[in-house]
Ligand binder design. Structure first.
Ligand code: DQA
Length: 145
């Protein structure tokens, strides 16, 4: 099994970006934790972080033939990128949407996700561990397949 983990704009600044909201854990720390968990289950894992909508779309289009699932935190693109939604909708693999913060307790513009309607599921508000829980879903799904 091979999983693609996508992080959108400003998530490269985790650790220093509004730590009262997003915590002190860096994206490198999160990726290392995912690598460790994936390796224990013989899962290959790929990462992309981009502040650019087109790079995220290009990556989805290029990678989807060789992956079995996508974990994505689209950052602010969550709330308005129909283009990323369309790219994800066009692929046949399960998509888990992750948000570090509980977007539903924050500003009203964060309450709506244009991604959620095409995602298999969404995890929000459980901190960076949400990425691990998303990976666990793929591990459990593979075990029961
Ligand atoms: C976020 C929530 C978004 O509203 C915000 O724009 C982000 C991060 C989260 O992980 O909580 O960049 O996706």
């Amino acid at each position: 099994m091979r999983i693609l983990v996508i992080n959108g704009p400003n998530l490269n600044s985790l650790g220093t970006r509004e730590p009262h909201i997003y915590g002190a854990t860096t994206l490198a720390d999160i990726e290392q934790a995912l690598i460790t968990r994936a390796a224990a289950h013989s899962i290959a894992i790929d990462f992309v972080q981009s502040n650019h909508e087109g790079v995220i779309i290009d990556t989805i289009q290029q990678m989807h033939p060789v992956i079995h699932g996508i974990i994505i935190n689209p950052g602010a693109f969550t709330h308005y990128s129909y283009a990323i939604r369309d790219a994800l909708s066009a692929v046949s693999v399960p998509v888990i949407e992750v948000h570090i913060s509980n977007v539903y307790k924050r500003e009203p513009f964060r309450h709506h996700s244009v991604i959620a309607g095409i995602a298999t599921g969404q995890i929000a508000g459980l901190g960076w561990h949400g990425y691990l829980y998303a990976l666990d879903w793929f591990i459990d799904a593979a075990a029961s397949a």
